[in-house]
Design a protein around this ligand. Structure first.
Ligand SMILES: Cc1ncc(COP(=O)(O)O)c(C=O)c1O
Length: 467
């Protein structure tokens, strides 16, 4: 796969800033992009001349940076061919993320299935299934049962909704991909929270959109979102994508006051995947209560189980019709049994269960205590909901730590995966979806990996998958 000089320039961000010679800053930044998986293995880089022009720097600087990367094994070059991305000592990735049973996976933020509840939902689904046997089973909008159940879920949350406002998808990520296909054209500007959900970043960049990041987090103040910046960015954007309910990765919740004041003029996709996971605050009101034009997406992946692969879009029927028409190039509908099971879960109010919230709180607290004990220099902000905690190191070690951590039996998601232009090198996202003892052991291993890094260890593991 060739990557254009403009794509590399965009990913590099403000690489000129910082100490040291320009070629070193450039090679450091490129190396981090490779280690972080944002420039994939085997990708063919632009020529030195093209990249120098796009970056507004000299060909000598780019040539020196490429030579450093070749020397350290991050680029392969052959006569008359462009530089290809690799990892040191490898022709193919030597060390894919470890997936053995012993490795503790702190990169995936998703809970295990609630077994009995799922059994009951599927038993109900199988009883209802024969109703669908007379038809072909393909439905671009989803079954009437699930559209009705999702509409009622919104009604319970204070947002009047009809089933024809709902289109069923294969999860919230699929909902976002379908909406992107319909609403985003190349070179459009998309406002995103910063940090934000990594697969949203890739979805928009693959649609060749330009990202307009607006900061979210404790540094933005107690509210976590800056309404003035949002309004200003919204005026320049073709689309906004926000995660106001237990934001991934920070776990923050947009305060009611900000929700009431927010008026974005561009189409706005509100990702409510975490909304049922309020741990310390009352369940938030849907943003669409205050912003009727908002397009909401959601799923039961975090509140019940990701393996159901069912989600939805709530929007005006006219937009849903465009989505339904765009859909068949990638899929022809969502499996009926899973839809019926999801309807049973929603109708049985199983997406907000006090026992699972209690477990999440206990796991979050165990994770917090383990960080205090084993990584006392790491700063965290207690998430008020959702499944992830955003940790800040004193130094920009995140991508290197993610590459070393699997050697110590743990995988993590490095901060830059949640940002634009290489931001968040001091951050990692930690999920609290595992039992406390595994979380504690995972942090103990991470602390060992951090020590090893400080003593010069370099990792060669490719980034683990995230959700
Ligand atoms: C904010 C956010 N949106 C969407 C998704 C994808 O959800 P699904 O599994 O329903 O596709 C995730 C999963 O991690 C998420 O955190």
């Amino acid at each position: 796969m060739k990557i254009s000089s403009h794509a590399v320039t965009r990913m590099l961000g403000p690489w000129q800033e910082g100490p040291g010679p320009a070629h070193q800053r450039l090679s450091d930044r490129l190396r981090l992009l490779i280690l972080d998986g944002r420039v994939c293995l085997g990708a063919v880089l632009p020529s030195e001349r093209d990249l120098a022009t796009a970056l507004g720097t000299s060909r000598t600087t780019v040539g020196a940076a490429f030579r450093t990367l070749v020397e350290h094994g991050y680029l392969a070059t052959q006569a008359r061919t462009r530089a290809t991305v690799r990892l040191p000592g490898d022709t193919t990735p030597r060390n894919p993320p470890r997936t053995d049973a012993e490795t503790i996976d702190l990169s995936f933020a998703a809970p295990a299935a609630p077994v009995e509840i799922l059994h009951a939902a599927f038993a109900m689904a199988l009883e209802q299934l024969p109703r669908h046997f007379e038809r072909h089973g393909y439905d671009r909008y989803g079954t009437a049962e699930l559209r009705e159940a999702v509409a009622r879920w919104y009604e319970r949350r204070g947002l009047p909704t009809r089933p024809d406002h709902i289109l069923i998808t294969n999860g919230a990520q699929h909902a976002l991909a379908l909406l992107t296909r319909v609403l985003v054209s190349p070179r459009d500007t998309v406002l995103v929270d910063h940090p934000t959900y990594p697969h949203a970043i890739t979805t928009f960049t693959e649609a060749r959109a330009r990202l307009l990041p607006v900061p979210v987090g404790s540094a933005v103040g107690s509210a976590g979102w800056d309404i003035e910046q949002l309004h200003a960015a919204g005026r320049a954007a073709h689309l906004a994508y926000l995660i106001p309910d237990f934001h991934n990765p920070t776990g923050m919740c947009m305060p009611a006051g900000v929700r009431r004041q927010l008026t974005l003029t561009c189409p706005t996709v509100v990702d409510e995947t975490m909304t049922d996971l309020a741990l310390d605050v009352p369940p938030p009101e849907p943003l669409a209560v205050h912003m009727p034009t908002a397009i909401s997406i959601g799923s039961v992946s975090k509140s019940v189980w990701g393996g159901l692969r069912t989600g939805w879009i709530r929007a005006l029927p006219s937009l849903l019709e465009r989505v339904a028409q765009a859909r068949p190039t990638t899929d022809l509908g969502t499996p009926v049994v899973e839809q019926l099971a999801t309807a049973a879960l929603l109708n049985g109010h199983q997406t907000r269960r006090s026992d699972s919230l209690r477990h999440l709180r206990a796991q979050r607290d165990a994770l917090g205590r383990a960080l205090t004990e084993y990584l006392p220099d790491v700063h965290t902000l207690q998430p008020v909901g959702g499944v992830t905690l955003w940790a800040t190191f004193r130094e920009p070690i995140s991508s290197r730590l993610a590459a070393v951590a699997p050697d110590h039996g743990v995988t993590i998601a490095a901060g830059p995966r949640f940002g634009v232009g290489g931001a968040f090198e001091r951050n990692i996202r930690l999920p609290y979806t595992l039992p406390p003892e595994q979380l504690i052991e995972g942090i103990r291993r991470l602390a060992r990996a951090e020590q090893a890094l400080r003593h010069g260890a370099t990792g060669t593991h490719t980034p683990a998958p995230v959700a």
